[in-house]
Design a protein around this ligand. Structure first.
Ligand SMILES: NC(=O)c1ccc[n+]([C@@H]2O[C@H](COP(=O)([O-])OP(=O)(O)OC[C@H]3O[C@@H](n4cnc5c(N)ncnc54)[C@H](O)[C@@H]3O)[C@@H](O)[C@H]2O)c1
Length: 286
């Protein structure tokens, strides 16, 4: 019988690609998503979609899955300053629900952490207190680790780094590559905040999903940083898109870069294959 995987946030950007890959790998897949940012347009064939908040996961998933990939959380830095209560509800309450579900049913959990935790700032070399998003994501990684320690939960924690690719969103809860891509398509200026020298390890969603799958199979404990090796500044990215650039004031919570320890992913044999400049070039030519 096929193994059962539950993906929380399966109607979101990264979750939809993960669902697609799991189906291709022969898993039975259930997505649990509350459609806060997720969309039915991201649905892929072969997945069963259930609508609901992760805090109620036990009500929505009566089966006992072999593995839960927990990606269904509030996922943007800047807007999190205006949405603290929402971040707490979706991420802290939600993750508590997922942890209790996995603990009670003895299910393996893969948690989607954020590289914002490893951010470098002028006044700090650690990003965990620099935005409500980074703070709650960091405390969730601590809680997941503690469930391992306290209750013997079988788990692994991944950290994603500026993921880009098909199904990425622009708009309020968007991310920079798609925001710039849409601006270029609409003939609008690219807004660059602060000095533009902030660096990011943009990682293609396919490389990210390859990493998540490997961690799902063989990862143990904390520290799986799924990051491209090459970093680019936001200014380099804007110039690669080639549009007119408008400089704006620095944004709160905006890190200079994020540190990355590649050790655990290298041990698993993960090698990122894509370069964001190729993706931008292809987009400019299409
Ligand atoms: N995109 C990145 O570069 C990046 C970087 C680091 C970490 N992450 C993490 O990866 C995960 C996926 O990110 P994404 O970029 O695909 O974001 P996304 O917003 O596209 O996906 C999140 C999905 O989860 C759903 N969701 C949110 N809270 C929920 C809840 N409480 N219950 C059920 N569903 C819920 C949303 O509707 C959405 O479909 C998030 O946990 C995010 O914090 C993403």
């Amino acid at each position: 019988m096929a193994k059962l995987a539950v993906v929380t946030g399966g109607a979101g950007f990264i979750g939809s690609h993960l669902c697609e890959r799991l189906v291709a790998d022969g898993y039975q897949v259930i997505s649990l998503d509350n459609y806060f940012t997720g969309s039915k347009e991201n649905h892929v064939e072969g997945v069963e979609y259930r609508e609901g908040h992760t805090k109620d996961i036990a009500k929505h998933i009566v089966e006992t899955p072999d593995i839960v990939f927990h990606l269904g959380e509030y996922s943007r830095v800047l807007t999190s300053f205006d949405d603290v209560e929402k971040v707490w509800d979706l991420n802290v309450k939600g993750t508590f629900g997922v942890l209790e579900f996995c603990k009670k049913k003895n299910i393996r959990l893969i948690y989607a952490g954020s590289s914002t935790k490893f951010g470098e700032f002028d006044d700090a070399d650690n990003g965990e207190n620099k935005s409500p998003y980074a703070y709650f994501k960091t405390t969730n990684t601590q809680l997941v680790n503690n469930y391992g320690e306290w209750f013997g939960l079988d788990y692994a924690i991944t950290y994603f780094y500026n993921v880009y690719g098909p199904r990425e969103r622009a708009g309020t809860y968007g991310t920079v590559i798609e925001i710039f891509r849409q601006k270029i398509l609409n003939g609008e200026k690219l807004k660059v905040f602060g000095t533009g020298e902030q660096r990011r390890a943009f990682t293609h969603v396919k490389d990210t999903v390859d990493g998540i799958i490997l961690v799902g199979e063989k990862g143990e404990g904390d520290g799986h940083c799924i990051s491209a090796k090459k970093e680019y500044s936001i200014m380099e990215i804007a110039k690669a898109f080639g549009g007119e650039i408008e400089m704006k004031d620095a944004l709160p919570g905006d890190r200079k870069r994020s540190k990355c320890d590649y050790t655990k992913m290298e041990e698993l044999g993960w090698v990122p294959k894509e370069d964001v400049l190729d993706y931008i070039k292809e987009s400019n030519e299409s």
